[in-house]
Design a protein around this ligand. Structure first.
Ligand SMILES: Nc1ncnc2c1ncn2[C@@H]1O[C@H](COP(=O)(O)OP(=O)(O)O)[C@@H](O)[C@H]1O
Ligand SMILES: [Mg+2]
Length: 239
C-alpha cells in the first residue's frame, strides 16, 4: 500500500489530470485504488462521480477534515477505483483548523490508516495552496509528486513547496518529494537531481476533452499522446 499526494502551489498545473490518470491507469493493471479529493473545487469528484451534484457535504471528506469522521468512500464509473469526494465547503477548512487544538494536520492520516489496507494505491489530489488541507495530505502520504509546468516563476514555488515537504518530513511524517516538469529542466535537474522524474507529460487537448466527457484518458483515447505519456509515467513510478 502506497499513498501519494499530488501537489503544486498553483492551480491549473495538471494535478487533477495526473491524479485521475495515475489512479485509473493502475486499475487497468489490476490494482485497487482510492482517490481522495482534497480540493474544494472537487474537479476529480465531478469527473468520476456522475451524481456528484447531489452528494451532501456529510458524504465528502468535509466530514473527515472538519469533523474527524471516517472517510466517505464512493464507487466510481471505473471498476476498482473508489473516491472520497471533495465539497465546496472544504474551503472553510483552513480557517477552522487554524483554531483547532487537536492533531489538526493528521485528521486525514488518522482516518486513512483505518481503510488503506483495502487498496494497493491511494492518491490524494491536493488544493493549489500550502494550507492545512495540503498539510493533511502530506502527513497522510508516503510520497509527494510535485507537478511543475514551464516557466521561471514556477521555480520559486517549487522551492517553497520543497521547504514545506521538508518540514512535514521532520515534524509529522516521512515523505519523498518527487518533481515532474515539462520545462526549465536543466535548472530543475541541477536543483533536484534524481528526485526529478524522467517522464514529461506533453500538452495534449485529449486530456481536457476526456474529462469533459467524464472519462479517463485511457478509456477516452488510449493512443492519445497524453495517454502514452501517463502510461510511461506509471511504468517509471510503479515498475
Ligand atoms: N497535459 C495537458 N495538456 C493539455 N491540457 C491539460 C494537460 N493537463 C491538464 N490540462 C488541462 O488544464 C486544466 C488544468 O488541469 P488540472 O489537472 O485540472 O490542474 P490542477 O488540478 O492542477 O488545477 C484542465 O482544463 C485540464 O484539462
Ligand atoms: Mg485540481
Amino acid at each position: 500500500m502506497l499513498t501519494t499526494a499530488i501537489a503544486s502551489q498553483k492551480g491549473g498545473t495538471g494535478k487533477t489530470t495526473t491524479a485521475i490518470a495515475l489512479a485509473s491507469g493502475l486499475t487497468y493493471k489490476g490494482k485497487k485504488v482510492l482517490l481522495i479529493d482534497a480540493d474544494s473545487q472537487a474537479n476529480a469528484s465531478k469527473v468520476l462521480l456522475p451524481t456528484y451534484q447531489h452528494i451532501p457535504k456529510e458524504d465528502t471528506v468535509h466530514r473527515t477534515i472538519l469533523h474527524r469522521q471516517p472517510l466517505p468512500i464512493h464507487t466510481t464509473t471505473i471498476k476498482n477505483l473508489w473516491i472520497a469526494p471533495a465539497h465546496i465547503l472544504l474551503s472553510d477548512a483552513d480557517m477552522e483548523l487554524t483554531v483547532a487544538r487537536d492533531h489538526r494536520e493528521a485528521r486525514l492520516k488518522h482516518q486513512l490508516d483505518q481503510v488503506k489496507g483495502n487498496y494497493d494505491y491511494v492518491f490524494i489530489d491536493c488544493p493549489p495552496a500550502l494550507g492545512w488541507l495540503t498539510l493533511n495530505a502530506f502527513t497522510a502520504a508516503d510520497e509527494v509528486i510535485v507537478i511543475v509546468s514551464p516557466g521561471y516563476f514556477e521555480l520559486d514555488s517549487i522551492v517553497q513547496i520543497s521547504k514545506t515537504i521538508a518540514e512535514v518530513r521532520k515534524g509529522y511524517n516521512v515523505s519523498d518529494p518527487t518533481v515532474n516538469t515539462a520545462n526549465s529542466l536543466a535548472i530543475l535537474r541541477k536543483m533536484y537531481g534524481n528526485q526529478l522524474l524522467q517522464t514529461i507529460i506533453p500538452r495534449n487537448t485529449d486530456l481536457r476533452d476526456a474529462h469533459f466527457s467524464k472519462q479517463d484518458i485511457f478509456r477516452y483515447n488510449p493512443s492519445a499522446k497524453g495517454a502514452l505519456a501517463y502510461a510511461r509515467l506509471i511504468e517509471e513510478l510503479y515498475p
